[in-house]
Write a protein that binds this ligand. Sequence first.
Ligand code: ASP
Length: 327
Amino acid sequence: MLRLNRRIFASVLALSAAFAAPAMAQSYPSRPITVIVPFAAGGPTDTVARLVAEAMGRDLSGSVVVENVGGAGGTLGAQRTAQARPDGYTLLIHHIGMSTIPTLYRRLAYDPVGGFEPVGLITEVPMTIIGKRNLPANNLQELVTLVRRERQNINLANAGVGAASHLCGLLFQSALGVQLTTVPYRGTGPAMNDLVGGTVDLMCDQTTNTTEQIRANSVRAYAVTTPTRLASLPDLPTANEAGMPGFEVSIWHGLYAPKGTPTEVITRLSRALQFALRDPGLVRRFQDLGTEPVAQERATPDAHRAFWAADVARWRPVIQAAGQFAD
Ligand code: ASP
């Protein structure tokens, strides 16, 4: 009797879930969607997220609001998303940290891969090596000499272990064979404020954060980490041509929902993401900031799942060999 009741109960549940999913998808969204940015406001992830959220909101006929949950190299915001209700109303825009954090952090309160449903890739962004305005180095060669000579006195800002600025900083230090003091922030928005104010010396960060400061001469720019120069910053040499051969980094951003979010909702979100990435205003703004949206077929759950899995696998041996864990 008890077993029979349980079986009936289970089938009723399964049946109602089957009906509920399409019904939910039809009415979705019926209230504002929150996109968590796991870094402080004013940084590159925040900039990308606000542009994408605004355009997605137009396609979804609803508002998509950004909430900044910075700290611990982007793991706090990711944890908040992984532990949110999987109903399509809490999403995450994160970067390459989604690939490095699973190996960098050996103790996390959430599952850094299995805790999410990928919605799609957004963009790939170059990095720039920049310094405070009165740093006595006029170009990358002079910077290299200065950093080697003054290594005890030069510090490097970043957004915590696992952040893109942290990765780029590691590459920079290893290329120069030095170890600098690093200053972690909740995101590169506040780090940039301190760089402009002259409290920290150096940073390596995405063009979506640095382009306007470079143009305004608020910081010194030494190199961009792409194989060729950027149309948006034509005077800035590549690290390659300025004397650091092979120093190439690009940082991707993706959109995620918590694991268990209904497939219909993920499909709808992916469609809205593709709409956003076709938006002429967004494309123009991205280009002005040194980047562009990925091809539409990469802004899909399957393509991003495959890309992300391959990237996690690519970083795992690199981090393990370096023995550079966050904990
Ligand atoms: N650019 C940052 C990083 O270094 C994060 C941010 O503030 O968007 O990961």
